[in-house]
Design a binder for this molecule. Structure first.
Ligand code: PRP
Ligand code: ZN
Length: 289
């Protein structure tokens, strides 16, 4: 099978922290494709795009060389070097931290106590920078995967690895002691390919942004006595003119508005204080801005 030359080639993580969430994100954006474990690529139905399932660490290199046009990775892998890839969009999932950790029973409480010791990591560039900029001399042991096992094997005193839920560290009897950086998922692109496939790339970005905006907002419908309308309107931030429709009950109206998730509970409290009742909250599937 030859991949379509004019199609967008988008690489995502085959197996790991971001895989499932990335597939859901793309599905929510209306891209339909198969994702079998053994299959490394899939075509999208109804959109000229191929999804490639690759090791996350390989994705920035493939994007930089133009082997694929775009990729979704954690910003963590970009920090190890990404000469030719542009960050096109910061996504609102895949939050994690690169953390220095020691065995649970270790007496070490701070990174300063790791001076002259060994740290195993799959993120040698960032880890080396971190200890250097903190003036702590350690010896970095770069490894390709499963850094968590290093102290148990006796090949390092500490590790620097990603912590998302924290379960991997806990299961391997490790205790995080410091944060090197924070990371989230990002969409990256090869600048020349994105330019050459501008129209498709724009369509893809619009769809992805639509899903992100929808996740950020809720649709709220409530009943309001007409007399309380000015107070209710004032309680919804950024809302110039809500949709107001009369109810069968005289003197009452129905008001609907879009509310930002981050200030959601605060807004609901203020709406109730202003006299709103029967507040219904609905998820927004997509929002095209
Ligand atoms: C990272 C890391 C751990 C896991 C931590 O893997 O290596 O395996 O996430 O997550 P947790 O705190 O929720 O347990 P990732 O999928 O980013 O990529 P990798 O397998 O290439 O390291
Ligand atoms: Zn990886």
């Amino acid at each position: 099978m030859v991949l379509g030359k004019l199609n967008i080639k988008l690489a995502i993580q085959k197996e790991g922290r971001l895989s499932e969430r990335t597939i859901r994100f793309l599905t929510d954006a209306g891209f339909e494709f198969d994702s079998y474990k053994q299959r490394l690529f899939s075509t999208c139905r109804g959109f000229p795009m191929e999804i490639l399932f690759l090791r996350d660490d390989d994705i920035p290199g493939f994007v930089s060389s133009g082997a694929v046009d775009m990729g979704i990775v954690g910003s963590n892998v970009l920090r190890e070097g990404n000469a030719g890839a542009d960050t096109l969009l910061t996504l609102n999932y895949g939050f994690c931290r690169l953390m220095v950790a020691v065995p649970k029973e270790s007496p070490v409480r701070s990174v300063e106590e790791l001076a002259e010791k060994t740290v195993a990591t799959t993120y040698p560039v960032a880890t080396r920078d971190y200890f250097k900029s903190n003036g702590i001399s350690v010896s970095i042991i770069p490894i390709a995967g499963s850094a968590e096992i290093s102290p148990t094997l006796g090949i390092a005193d500490a590790v620097a690895d990603l912590v998302s839920t924290g379960s991997t560290m806990a299961l391997n009897d490790l205790r995080p002691i410091a944060t090197v950086y924070e990371s989230s998922a990002v969409l990256i692109g090869n600048p020349a390919s994105v330019r050459a496939k501008r129209v498709l790339a724009d369509q893809l970005l619009t769809r992805l942004k639509g899903v992100m905006a929808a996740e950020t907002y809720k649709y709220v419908i409530m009943n309001v006595p007409r007399s309380a309308l000015p107070g209710v309107t004032a309680a919804v931030p950024g809302l110039k003119s809500p949709t107001v429709s009369p109810l069968a009950e005289p003197g009452w109206v129905s008001v609907s508005a879009v509310v930002t998730e981050s200030v959601f509970w605060d807004t609901v409290r203020r709406l109730k204080e202003a006299g709103a009742t029967g507040i219904l909250v609905l998820p927004i599937e997509k929002m095209i801005v």
